[in-house]
Ligand binder design. Structure first.
Ligand SMILES: [Zn+2]
Length: 427
């Protein structure tokens, strides 16, 4: 975030033009690339054709600073460069319009006047500097050298001086504006007796009717030399970082960092699925136990929190030990149909010894929502669990089916959560 120190945010009014007087965190370098190519200067009008220095080098209502090319339109083809006054990002780049206008109107040539793109700038570039923008108008046709979205450095060539749009002869119209301050919130970069600007916006303002200095001063904090715009893994693989326009970002990679090709972002590794239950370790509360993960069936009374609810399910003696937090309650789509089977199965009370082999707990044809969603046979497995008898869960076939159904749910839960995570990462 670029600092903007507002020396004074008061707007003064000169005629119909409102001015903002601020001290930008970023001072300007000359917007013209040539050394001795400018012959006339027309500054911002502060009312009654008064320029910043209380002179008359302006014209009524002029909103920018004009630098007129020595040789006029006849010198356009020599290609005198317009350069960025400060580092920024291109938000507008228009080219292709006639560039030899001789006055601001149709009589000045084809497409000349204010009825052109950019309100008369015709071929022009706008740079965004964070808190403010700069406009470079009337460029030479075919010279615009940047595209929207480009990051440009201070002093970088934007195009050539021309006379496109509302222009009576080859010149650069340079105009800084405050962002988000509404139309007409102009900035006169020059400080002087008749300018509301309290501190020059130029690094070196230069003499009246002379050019500002070409020193660039960018207050943007520089990125560390070793840090680029692409995400790059730290040497120990525990994080990745990048720096864009002076802003450094670092992300912890809990599961390691995977280097990518040189022109792509390095990526934090996905959490492993250590127990192969389809739920990754960043979601699974016990990634070494296949039967334990969010969405799993929690066997009551075994002191294992299979469904990652934070505690083991409590067996309910009144209903034959139907578990809470098991399949029926974790998956919103599940019906509670299995519960009835449990009761019918004559399950022992929840206090049954953990290793008891009470055959009576085995329900027959327990029907749950898992059956309805294609989990063949899983109803029986979950029914056993809901019967509250851990011993039944340990049966070979039943256990596999139970694990399968639990995994299926785990995947569903994981996918749903993963999507949510992905979406929020985009916002
Ligand atoms: Zn102008």
């Amino acid at each position: 975030m670029r600092a903007l120190s507002r020396a004074l945010a008061v707007l003064s009014s000169a005629g119909t033009i409102a001015f903002s007087t601020v001290t930008l965190g970023q001072s300007y370098s000359t917007p013209v690339g040539c050394e001795d190519c400018i012959v006339y200067w027309y500054y911002v009008d502060h009312g009654d054709r008064t320029d910043y220095d209380c002179g008359t080098a302006t014209y009524p209502g002029h909103t920018g600073s004009d630098y007129s090319l020595r040789g006029g339109n006849g010198a356009i083809d020599e290609g005198y460069e317009i350069v960025a006054a400060a580092a920024g990002v291109v938000t507008t780049a228009v080219d292709g319009n006639f560039d030899r206008c001789t006055s601001c109107g149709p009589e000045g040539g084809d497409g000349c006047g204010t009825n052109t793109p950019g309100g008369g700038f015709a071929n022009y570039v706008v740079l965004d500097h964070g808190t403010h923008t700069t406009v470079y108008g009337h460029m030479r046709q075919g010279s615009v050298a940047v595209a929207v979205g480009d990051s440009v450095a201070c002093g970088q060539v934007l195009g050539h001086i021309g006379s496109a749009g509302c222009s009576s002869g080859a010149h650069l119209h340079f105009e800084p504006r405050l962002k988000n301050a509404g139309y007409g919130q102009l900035l006169d970069p020059y400080v002087g007796g008749c300018s509301p600007t309290e501190q020059s916006l130029w690094v070196e303002q230069g003499p009246y009717r002379g050019m500002p200095g070409d020193t660039c001063e960018d207050s943007q904090p520089a990125c560390p030399a070793e840090m680029g715009r692409l995400w790059t893994c730290s040497s120990d693989g525990s994080a990745r970082s990048r720096c864009i326009d002076g802003t450094t970002s670092t992300e912890t990679c809990e599961w390691g960092c995977t280097a990518a090709a040189s022109d792509a972002d390095d990526a934090c590794a996905l959490a492993p699925d250590g127990d192969g239950d389809g739920v990754r370790a960043d979601t699974d509360c016990d990634d070494t136990l296949e039967t334990t993960h969010p969405g799993a069936v929690d066997v009551c009374g075994d002191e294992i929190d299979q469904d990652c609810s934070g505690s083991d399910a409590i067996c309910d003696p009144g209903t034959g030990g139907a578990n809470t937090g098991g399949v029926g309650t974790t998956d919103g789509a599940s019906s509670s149909g299995g519960g009835g089977e449990v009761g019918a199965g004559g399950a022992p009370a929840g206090g049954a010894p953990p290793n008891s082999s009470s055959g009576g707990a085995l329900p027959t044809g327990g029907s749950s929502s898992l059956n309805a969603t294609g989990g063949s046979g899983s109803g029986a497995a979950s029914g056993q669990v809901q019967a509250g008898c851990q011993c039944a869960w340990r049966g070979g076939t039943d256990r596999r089916l139970g694990a399968f159904s639990a995994s299926l749910l785990g995947i569903l839960v994981y996918v749903t959560r993963g999507r949510r995570r992905f979406r929020s990462a985009l916002e």
